[in-house]
Design a protein around this ligand. Sequence first.
Ligand code: CO8
Length: 264
Amino acid sequence: MSQTLPFETLACEIEDQIAVVTLNRPQVLNALNGQVFTDLKEIFAQLEDDPAVRVILLTGAGEKAFAAGADINELAGIGCSLGQDLSHRGQGVFRQIETCGKPVIALINGYALGGGCELALACTLRLASSSAEFGQPEVRLGLIPGYGGTQRLPRLIGSSAALKLLLTGQRIDASEALRLRLVDEVVEPAELMARGKELARSILAVAPLAVSACIQAVYEGADRGLESALRLESTIFGHLCDTKDKIEGTRAFLEKRPPQWTGS
Ligand code: CO8
């Protein structure tokens, strides 16, 4: 059964444990204004708490854009203090998405520029349509990324490749984004949603607690030195050893049957 949740700037449909969140301001190429951040914060809080949702797909309405960045109408008049506040608020929402404990797969259906590219970077995985374009054009507006782009982009693709994008503001196409490992896969536009759902289903087939544990180990470990990160891995591994799903997963393998996960 599918469920639809209404929001002013986005749509959300939940079906078969997969939530599809769609940024819905196609008339401005899904530019991210204050209301989008309010709605994203609310929907991700709901999806995090909803046991019926295990994978989240995030995309943009229309055929042109995932999101063409922060809404430049809102940027035009702001000064230092408000700029810092808005940057901090947006970073908080993107961090909430990154740490919601469920895989969030960006389906990048068109322009992913500025804050739109930063939003994709905050997702767990990125699939792009072959028509997608990426860039951090903030320098062309006299700015830098303010929603985490200067930090997540170099962590994902390396400092040098990231600085090339950040310093020039140039756009790259989907095949170049794949070459840089900015995205994980590129598919034809008509196949993007189907491929996203297929990937989501392959995650749904494995143990739910192990999925969130992988995400936690990778993200928390990345902020630590190797020794500390390895201890974190052992700690999380040990906790999983006490779960019913680990008992079920190992037993099912030995009994040569499919496992029945309970998420406990
Ligand atoms: N903000 C507001 N409106 C936008 C935006 C945007 N980012 N992008 C497009 N639009 C609007 C256009 O103004 C236009 O509106 P209208 O029809 O009323 O004129 C409509 O969307 C369609 O756009 P275009 O006519 O420009 O479409 P084109 O196909 O000709 O061009 C582009 C598409 C290349 C994507 C072009 O629209 C463009 O360059 N957009 C701006 C991209 C950009 O610079 N993004 C970065 C913004 S800055 C940012 O993201 C900073 C994030 C950190 C902020 C931290 C604190 C607040």
